[in-house]
Each structure stands twice: as C-alpha cells, then as structure tokens.
Design a protein around this ligand. Structure first.
Ligand code: 2NL
Length: 339
C-alpha cells in the first residue's frame, strides 16, 4: 500500500509538470483526489489493514493528498502567470505603425451656397428664423393674400395632409408667424425645406430649399430693397455684379419684381450660362402687401417693409454651373468631390 501511495504521488507530480493549460487542472484533480480517484480507492482498502498499520498508512495518505493539493495550487498559479504573459505578448500594439486615413468629407454644394447666403445677411444684421415644414393652410396661403380659389392652392401644386394642413410650399409662413409674435423692427431670413407637387426632372424636385427675407420698420422703401439686393448680389457673385428688376406679380407683395444679376460667367456679354441674355434671374421680391401686414396686426400707417425669396438649388446650379438638379440629391461622390 505504501508503494501504491508513493506511486500515486510520483505519478501526479509528473503529470502536473507537463500539464498544458489551466482547463486540464480539474481533470487531474478528479483523477487523483475525486470520489472515484486513485487516492480514494487506495483509502477504501484500508479496512483490511491491521490496527498498527492503519495510522501509518493513514498519515502517509494524508501527506500524499496534501502534497497533490499543494502541487495543484502551485501549478495553477504558474499557469495563470504564463497565460497572462503570453496574452500580453500577443496583444502588443505597435503605436508607430501609420494609421489608416479616413479621408476628410466636404460641404455639399447646397450647404456651401446656403452658408454664404446666411453669412451675407447676418453681416447686415439679419436674424435667422425657422418654423414647421408641416403647416396650416392659413399660414401658407390665406395670410399671404392667396385666398380660397387661388391657383397656387390647387392639389396639383401642393401636398395636402388634411383639408387645412399641408407641406409648406415656401418659407413665408415662418415670416407670418414672426410678424404675429414680434413687434417691428423685424429683420429676418428664413432658410428651409419646402414642398411642391412636381415631377422630378432636370429643373424640378418635389422637395427643395428656399431662403426668404423680410424687413419691417418705419419708412422702409423700395430703395432699401434694391440696396440690400445689390449688396447681396456683389457678395455672392463678385464685386462687379449688377442687378436689374423686372416688374412682376406676387399676391403677397405690391409692387413686385423679379430680380436678375449680370451673368457671372460672361460679365453681361452673353454666353451659354445666361442663354445669351447677359442676365440670370436669381430671386423674386417686392414691398410687403398691406393686406399681409394687416392680418399680422401691423399698422400700415406706421410700418412698411420688403420681402424677397430665392431658391437655393437654382442659385447653386447657377454658381457651380450644374445643369441637372438631380445631381444635388444623388450623393454620387464623383460629383460631390468637385466642390
Ligand atoms: C418667388 C420669390 C418671394 C416673398 C417671396 C414674402 C413673404 C411675406 C410677405 C411678402 Cl411674409 N412676401 N415673400 C416675396 C416676394 C417674392 O419669393 O419667386 N416666389 C414665388
């Protein structure tokens, strides 16, 4: 029996010395110390021993168990350390290896133009006003002197959500809301997304962007409007740019005008860009119609004002010589990289 116990001790020591991983430790423990383990089966045979032999063998068996338990513990510590060292070695990061460049994005041409427009007007003391894209029919049409039956209100042109809720067709409703809530002087621009029921082609999209401007104060005249638009045109298209106004009709302004700038490509001589006109139409403008001021509670005996509106897509297409509006929405990087 002594010999058996010593064999177990030697065998266990040998096995633990060459154990490959911590996971194997438990198997070794079970093999020697478990209920069906080798040591246990030796101990079971102790009943056959004489009373002198029993304590001697018992003590030896305890020593062997303690020895194996100690070895198991030591091996576990050793392996933990080894595995940790190995993991650290494998996870070494060489911080001197050059990184993978992500490439820098750029502004979308619509954002470039929009930011330039905002900058010019902020420079002249305007504030930026925003409002809902889903609007009441009252703010989009009625308050702008387009009463029931006006052709622009037709479902052919406007997306209705209910009978009197719609997707705004211009950003003017924002200006109506400002006039209702704030006493003059008012000096704002309203950039934003607008919606019209148009089929997509090279010059039309059911969603596009507009910037409208509004100035209300005592003694505001057409002269102020022209001066403002001159500053705007020079800032956006260059110092030599001229503007011209052609009489027009809008229901919300009186008098109204369409505004052209001298062609920035040929300087007014006539070219492909301006279709040989020498001028390019960029916006609509006029003096705010008294009816519009009145419905907003502004006293027309004291105050007057001008307003204007421009399409951001159209301005960007002119500025960057883009001949198809769809390019602005397709997000083709070959196109976008050019700006
Ligand atoms: C265009 C150019 C325009 C306005 C927009 C406006 C807004 C208020 C009152 C009066 Cl609250 N006018 N906006 C004025 C003139 C032209 O847009 O081509 N629109 C169809």
């Amino acid at each position: 029996m002594k010999e058996q116990l010593n064999n177990i001790k030697v065998q266990a020591e040998k096995e633990l010395a060459s154990i490959p991983s911590i996971l194997e430790l438990e198997n070794v423990r079970l093999k020697y110390l478990g209920k069906k383990g080798e040591l246990t089966s030796v101990l079971r045979g102790m009943g056959a021993l004489s009373s002198e032999e029993r304590p001697v063998i018992g003590q030896l068996a305890n020593e062997v168990r303690e020895f194996i338990e100690g070895k198991l513990e030591d091996t576990k510590k050793e392996l933990t350390k080894k595995e940790r060292t190995l993991r650290l070695q494998n996870e070494i990061i060489d911080v001197t290896i050059p990184g993978k460049g992500k490439g820098l994005g750029k502004k979308h041409p619509l954002s470039i133009v929009l930011d330039e427009i905002k900058e010019v007007f902020i420079g002249m003391g305007y504030e930026i006003a925003e409002g809902p894209e889903i609007e009441k029919e009252y703010y989009n049409f009625e308050a702008l002197n387009m009463p029931f039956g006006h052709p622009a209100r037709d479902t052919q042109d406007t997306f209705y959500i209910t009978e009197n809720i719609l997707l705004r067709t211009q950003t003017s409703p924002v200006q109506i809301r400002v006039m209702e809530n704030k006493k003059p002087p008012i000096k704002i621009i309203c950039p934003g997304r607008v919606y019209r029921s148009d089929a997509v082609d090279a010059t039309h999209s059911p969603i596009f962007h507009q910037v409208e401007g509004l100035v209300i104060d005592k003694g505001v005249t057409m002269g102020d409007l022209i001066g403002t638009l001159q500053v705007f045109a020079k800032s956006l298209f260059g110092e030599n740019t001229k503007i011209r106004l052609r009489p027009h009709h809008f229901p919300f302004t009186e008098p109204s005008a369409e505004v052209d700038v001298s062609c920035w490509t040929c300087g007014g001589k006539g070219c492909r860009m301006c279709k040989n006109e020498g001028w390019v139409e960029i916006l609509g403008a006029g003096m705010v119609h008294p009816k519009v001021l009145e419905v907003c509670g502004i006293d027309t005996e004291v105050y007057s004002g001008f307003a204007f509106g421009l399409g951001v897509e159209r301005t960007a297409m002119g500025r960057f010589n883009i001949d198809d509006l769809r390019l602005l929405y397709e997000n083709d990087l070959r196109f976008l990289k050019q700006f």
